[in-house]
Design a binder for this molecule. Sequence first.
Ligand SMILES: NC(=O)c1ccc[n+]([C@@H]2O[C@H](COP(=O)([O-])OP(=O)(O)OC[C@H]3O[C@@H](n4cnc5c(N)ncnc54)[C@H](OP(=O)(O)O)[C@@H]3O)[C@@H](O)[C@H]2O)c1
Length: 260
Amino acid sequence: MDLRGKTVVITGASSGIGRATAIEMARRGANVVIGARRMPQLEETAAACRALGVSAIAVQTDVTKPEECKRLIDAAQRVDVLVNNAGFAIFDAIADADPGELRELMDTNYFGTVHCTQAVLPQMLERSEGTIVNVSSITGIMGFARMGGYCATKFALIGFTEALRDEVLSRGVRVALVCPGTTDSEFFVKAERGMMPTASRLMIAVKPQRVARAICNAAEDGRYRRILPLLAMTYMRLKELFPRFAHFLMRRTSSLLERK
Ligand SMILES: NC(=O)c1ccc[n+]([C@@H]2O[C@H](COP(=O)([O-])OP(=O)(O)OC[C@H]3O[C@@H](n4cnc5c(N)ncnc54)[C@H](OP(=O)(O)O)[C@@H]3O)[C@@H](O)[C@H]2O)c1
């Protein structure tokens, strides 16, 4: 798909990967309709997109609310691409996790995607065209200690995405999945409750712009699954082929890092 002149809706575009995706879409000539809760940051993203010569509409959206997801989709009218990106994490051992916070994670990361997808599907199915790109994570392929609540949302998202793809592919709608590894954004500051991400994480983190390019490439070519960066993809292949060994290796690496 040539993105020039197309309309792309992106959730969670007030920072990080969503913001970088809106700007990359604009760079490739797409008009964007973006949603998130923080309006000043969302307006900044919209202004950066407009500066690239496309139209950009910012719609205050809380993806946990189905009616707000519908309003976001309605603001775009015809949607060629939907990028379900809004999400957050809280890292806690399962023994310590707050059940209310676990539910909030699911409400945003999983149900946010469900609400936006259900709002856009009728028009895409009627036209027999359109692309939905869901942003999961390597934590949707492999469970990581202290991330259980977050991993559950990203595993759920992958099951949903696989099933959706099989439902709609023959009806002209493409569904793609992008699974980033550690990405340098506000994400970890929130996940670690305001503490700076550890040096080991930052050393392997990719820039949001790199993930944004993968999302835009998925919208263009419709390839089902992208895992990035290469190190993360290799590890996920190892996990899929030899799950017990991959988990053993991860436990060893984590305990060595903790001891430092
Ligand atoms: N950073 C990583 O290492 C990493 C790795 C793999 C996958 N991911 C995934 O990538 C996506 C983007 O994360 P990021 O790294 O760019 O983090 P980020 O900079 O914290 O951005 C998260 C975005 O989601 C939005 N959001 C959160 N809750 C929302 C809600 N209820 N309604 C609407 N928007 C909401 C935030 O906007 P407001 O706060 O303004 O609403 C913000 O724009 C997430 O789904 C995350 O799980 C991140």
